[in-house]
Design a protein. Structure first.
Length: 548
């Protein structure tokens, strides 16, 4: 008798009031602690708030029913509405109930803020007004649900169950689950916060759509279980096994959000209507016990969003991998084509390479182009930034070094060769423009900002001596291929030669001074900050750029 109710209890504990507060607590803690990622560590508290009630209610059931009792404390399943002599008193009762529901939350916040932290509340009047608006908003929200949404939902559930039309029942179950979830304020708040923290790599609307789809499928499957009289245990256990398996394959950044989605979907709007559908079906089908069969739909509405969001994370990561493989194929094609050209030219065949590729205007997209001085960490920052944003990445410098390795040339020698042979730059430029026609990519390239005009343009600077030490260390540890330098002095000389060669080459070919930082949206000196700090700074300014 207690199993379905226990599973449902995990969903009803997180409401419109508690979800934003719990989420803010987790995100605030992770943001204030060192080496914590708010996206990975900040989410997940709602999942704990959902799963622990299931355990405790199951324990209560074991005690109440396993000790020889008849469970009399839970045998009555009723929906009680306080009777009153007049309609206005019912509204007063609802207002008092809203105050009662919100007051414990306010008291806990004030006690910890004033008594534990001993902090003074800034703008007390504004905060008090905010608490008042929360109570008033919740009151009006509940009144609206009771006057309009609940009666219609309950009536539809009862009538559809009585009709016996399975197609209509399943269609209504899915549509109701999807529609109520999309309208759920708690989900809107969490999805918006996830999109904000991830700097747009998690799409708020898409996340809400996947969660709503999961709820719809879950309620549909739950309705199927009630109609066929199957045990809820097998469905729920199988579902959580799927969740556990998918967890091993999902990106780390999506796992806490997926777990939290199971709690945010069953809130103020969803729970009463879903419960009404379950009880309506159980009471309308002969041989069904409302206590055993009527409860459990909320558990399905909590479980399947986790599966849907984990699926969203896995599919998004696979899409990125497919794009990265495509970029790799394009890089290999460029290396092969340019390599064949240079080999033939060195053999004296003399292939014409004077064709000039003109710049074309590109529509503004979510693209970041990064360049900078040698040793400033452009490649490392590009990789970190792409990972943090969930974007693809491309490094023209990495491609250039790969080409040098294939041709058994040093980077310095290849740089000198390209000064008089435009084919290398032309092929890389053509590749950049093709990549610029896409979206959600971070490009490490000298001329990426030139070819992709409406990208977010970043330039990194560094003191030459610091750059020499960094590059020398990378060479010694094998992190820079096709580069050889025995001493820091040799590294310094090599950097100067490369920078001068590149400056002359690009100015002669394109008429561009690559040391001019005026075309860039952001210029950062990396002397005293790490690559992670540079990437975080770029994300901050990129977010502001997107909002313009």
């Amino acid at each position: 008798e207690i199993v379905g109710l226990a599973y449902d209890s995990g969903g009803i504990t997180t409401s419109t009031v508690t979800v934003p507060l719990i989420a803010a607590l987790g995100i605030g803690l992770s943001s204030s602690l060192k080496e914590r990622n708010p996206l990975i560590d900040g989410f997940g508290l709602i999942a704990f708030a959902s799963i622990m009630p299931m355990i405790f209610v199951q324990g209560y059931g074991i005690i109440a029913y396993g000790s020889g009792g008849d469970g009399s404390a839970t045998t009555a399943v009723e929906s009680t509405v306080a009777a009153s002599s007049s309609a206005w008193w019912a509204y007063v009762e609802t207002l008092l109930a809203s105050i009662r529901d919100v007051t414990p939350v306010i008291v806990v916040i004030l006690v910890f803020y004033l008594a534990v932290l001993r902090e003074r509340i800034v703008d007390f009047g504004k905060r008090a007004a905010g608490f008042g608006l929360v109570i008033l908003g919740l009151y009006l929200f509940v009144i609206g649900l009771e006057l309009g949404l609940f009666p219609i939902g309950e009536s539809l559930a009862m009538e559809l169950a009585a009709s016996g039309n399975l197609l209509l029942i399943y269609s209504f179950a899915f549509a109701m689950g999807f529609a109520t979830t999309i309208a759920e304020p708690a989900l809107t708040a969490i999805a918006g916060k996830a999109a904000e923290i991830s700097e747009g790599s998690i799409n708020s609307a898409l996340l809400r759509g996947f969660v709503a789809f999961g709820v719809g499928v879950g309620i549909l499957l739950g309705a199927y279980r009630i109609i066929h009289g199957d045990s809820i245990v097998y469905y729920i256990l199988s579902g959580y096994v799927v969740v556990i398996i998918m967890t091993f394959f999902a990106p780390r950044t999506i796992i806490p959000i997926a777990y939290d989605s199971g709690g945010v979907t069953t809130s103020t709007i969803t729970v009463p209507i879903v419960a009404a559908l379950g009880l309506g079906l159980a009471m309308s089908i002969p041989g069904r016990d409302p206590l055993i069969d009527g409860f459990g739909l909320i558990a399905f509405a909590s479980l399947f969003p986790m599966i849907a969001v984990l699926g969203y994370g896995i599919s998004k990561r696979e899409a990125i991998r497919i794009h990265e493989r495509r970029i790799l194929r394009m890089e290999n094609l460029v290396i092969s084509k340019v390599g064949q050209h240079i080999s033939a030219d060195l053999d004296g065949d003399g292939i014409d390479d004077t064709t000039y590729i003109n710049s074309l205007p590109i529509k503004k997209r979510n693209i970041i182009t990064i360049t900078g001085e040698s040793g400033s960490g452009v490649s490392t920052v590009t990789a970190r930034l792409a990972e943090a944003l969930g974007y693809r990445k491309f490094s023209a410098g990495g491609l250039f070094r790969s080409l040098a390795l294939q041709l058994d040339m040093s980077v310095e020698k290849l740089n000198k060769y390209t000064k008089s042979h435009q084919i290398v730059d032309q092929e890389i430029d053509a590749l950049l423009r093709r990549l610029g026609e896409g979206n959600e990519i971070v490009l490490d390239s000298r001329l990426g900002y030139h070819w992709i005009h409406n990208s977010f343009k970043v330039y990194l600077t560094i003191d030459p001596n610091i750059a020499a030490r960094r590059i020398h260390e990378d060479i010694m540890q094998g992190r820079r291929r096709a580069e050889v330098a025995v001493t820091i002095l040799e590294t310094t000389t090599s950097i100067e030669d490369q920078n001068e060669s590149a400056r002359e080459r690009y100015f002669r070919t394109y008429g561009i001074d690559i040391t001019n930082t005026s075309p860039f949206d952001l210029v950062i000196n990396t002397d005293k900050i790490t690559a992670a700090e540079v990437a975080a700074l770029i994300r901050q300014h990129y977010r502001e750029y997107q909002q313009k």
